[in-house]
Design a protein around this ligand. Structure first.
Ligand SMILES: NC(=O)c1ccc[n+]([C@@H]2O[C@H](COP(=O)([O-])OP(=O)(O)OC[C@H]3O[C@@H](n4cnc5c(N)ncnc54)[C@H](O)[C@@H]3O)[C@@H](O)[C@H]2O)c1
Length: 511
């Protein structure tokens, strides 16, 4: 178990006592020797909110494997009935995680204000997999899975007092923050949308950080960022996990400095991505100032429709969008193939990105919940399970569609409405989840794509895709122009994708 040797120092159920110098910690979890000074005055002590009978004790003295409050699960020791609050619980990932954690025995609470449903409606689109109203979702979760979700309709940004009240009532031991607008093109529609996205995301998160400081400073925050925060450096510099490794060095003017532990540069590629970068700095600072514990999760593009829980009943399904604003690429490709629209590669189609399947992302989140950061620790993980060029992905979707469903799938290049490099080197680091948290991807991409075809080919779902055919080809240009991107050519990829395998690298550490 990856977290067996973690101690109460990591546990959200403790209160720190003794002479705690809040300025001493900051990012310096490793440097700050919790046991160095034996004098009573400076020694940090803890008391357990779940086991007050223990009195004051040394927080390093009890491990998760020794503590009866931490119980074995397939994803590590997990705090018994852990109170987890999911912000954005009505969304693609939030709903899926709520059911998943509920099944694992967590006490799940959730917050949403249906922004996503409204944004999609405003664009004239819809989720092609129909989703139930929240009241019906909650009822079905209880009836089918025996999972109780304590839901509150709250706008995280506009209704800070209500959120504060709810957090005070629940006292969550972890907060998963999915509650932001997740779309780059949506943020590029016009000034109103850019402002809305930044205000919603940045100020919502900033307010949350203050609330955590005041009410649950010991709770861990799992905040969703995106791999898109890093951009795609044309030098080929690896995309480290948030910070430079200890042996990174800056050479300049015949002098050199260590870069170890500094935040790596961010190069966002839309106003949405800028909001995520601003969140990064806000979470980093809050951890430093107030000893908050946070994971900033640089998540790759998610694909897929399946976990055991969401597939258990049609009322439990999570959303799936295929429009130009909210559809993610593999999900969009499958929908295009179902309608016989040639799969749309933007520009050269050689952009490389990190990906992860819905089910694998749920497992990563659970493993992180099971290993809360230390007080004051701001930690970054790259949450991906592979990297591929967009044309490699189109090729996979075409292959599965042709082989298993007899569809005549074609692939096209269209004008690229975005401002981005469409041919670039790419080396993403992906070491922490497998090495520190014991995660191994379980989902085979072709298998998940096959499962998506199966669902999206159902007549009633196919009809829903057909109904929204007009929102598939992009019309939102980063330049502000509003016109449909035009086809450049139909292409045959078989010969071309070999070279992408050379360029798309993932660094999983030395064996
Ligand atoms: N889906 C992906 O491929 C992907 C990739 C990288 C990062 N992410 C990030 O993961 C998170 C979840 O993504 P998702 O795909 O589930 O998005 P989603 O839009 O389906 O879920 C977000 C949820 O948050 C809610 N929300 C937004 N603003 C809110 C507010 N002010 N108050 C209350 N609720 C609010 C929305 O209504 C929605 O239900 C986002 O932060 C996104 O940026 C997603």
């Amino acid at each position: 178990m990856h977290n067996a040797k973690c101690t109460c120092w990591n546990c959200p159920a403790i209160n720190l006592a003794g002479k705690v110098d809040f300025r001493a910690c900051g990012q310096a979890g490793a440097q700050f020797d919790k046991k160095a000074d034996d004098s009573q005055e400076t020694h940090i002590m803890a008391e357990c909110k779940r086991r007050p009978d223990l009195g004051l004790f040394d927080p390093m003295s009890i491990t998760f494997e020794e503590c009866p409050e931490w119980q074995k699960t397939p994803y590590g020791y997990l705090l018994k009935n852990m109170r987890v609050m999911i912000l954005g619980v009505d969304g693609y990932l939030g709903w899926t995680l709520a059911l998943w954690l509920g099944r694992l025995g967590c006490q799940v609470s959730g917050v949403d204000n249906y922004n996503r449903r409204n944004w999609v409606k405003e664009r004239g689109a819809h989720t092609v997999i129909p989703i139930s109203r929240m009241s019906e979702r909650l009822h079905a979760a209880k009836e089918v899975l025996g999972v109780n979700i304590n839901f509150r309709e709250i706008d995280i940004y506009e209704e800070r007092d209500k959120l504060k009240e709810f957090i005070d009532e629940i006292k969550p031991e972890a907060i998963v923050h999915y509650g932001e607008c997740p779309s780059a093109p949506f943020s590029m529609i016009d000034v109103e949308h850019a402002i809305d996205v930044q205000r919603n995301n940045v100020l919502g998160t900033l307010g949350l950080l203050f609330t955590m400081r005041d009410i649950v400073p010991e709770s861990s925050l799992l905040k969703l960022g995106t791999m898109g925060e890093y951009g795609t450096p044309l030098t080929g510099r690896p995309l480290f996990e948030g910070m430079f490794p200890a042996d990174a060095v800056l050479h300049w003017d015949n002098r050199e400095w260590s870069l170890g532990g500094e935040l790596t540069p961010r190069d966002p590629v839309s106003f949405y991505h800028v909001s995520k970068v601003q969140d990064t700095f806000n979470c980093y600072e809050a951890s430093k100032y107030w000893w908050l514990r946070s994971y900033d999760i640089m998540q790759g593009v998610i694909f897929g429709v399946h976990t055991e829980e969401v597939s258990a009943d049609p009322r439990l399904r999570t959303r799936l969008d295929i429009d130009e604003w909210f559809g993610t690429i593999i999900n969009r490709f499958v929908a295009q193939a179902v309608l016989d629209i040639p799969l749309t590669l933007y520009g050269a189609g050689q952009q490389i990105r990190g990906f992860i399947a819905l089910r694998d992302a749920m497992e990563c989140m659970t493993r992180l919940l099971a290993s809360p950061p230390e007080p004051g620790q701001y930690a970054v993980v790259n949450q991906i399970s592979g990297v591929k060029s967009l044309r490699q992905l189109a090729y996979i979707v075409a292959k599965v569609g042709r082989k298993h469903f007899n569809l005549p799938v074609q692939i096209q290049r269209i004008e690229n409405p975005r401002v981005e490099a469409d041919i670039h080197p790419f080396e993403a680091l992906y070491e922490k989840l497998p090495k520190q948290y014991g995660f191994e991807p379980k989902v085979d991409i072709e298998e998940e794509v096959r499962r998506m075809f199966e669902l999206l080919m159902k007549p009633e779902i196919r009809a829903r895709i057909e109904e929204k055919k007009h929102v598939i080809i992009p019309k939102t240009w980063w330049s502000g122009v509003k016109r449909e991107a035009q086809r450049i050519e139909l292409i045959n990829l078989e010969k071309e994708i070999k070279e992408d395998e050379e360029r798309a690298k993932i660094f999983m550490g030395k064996k």
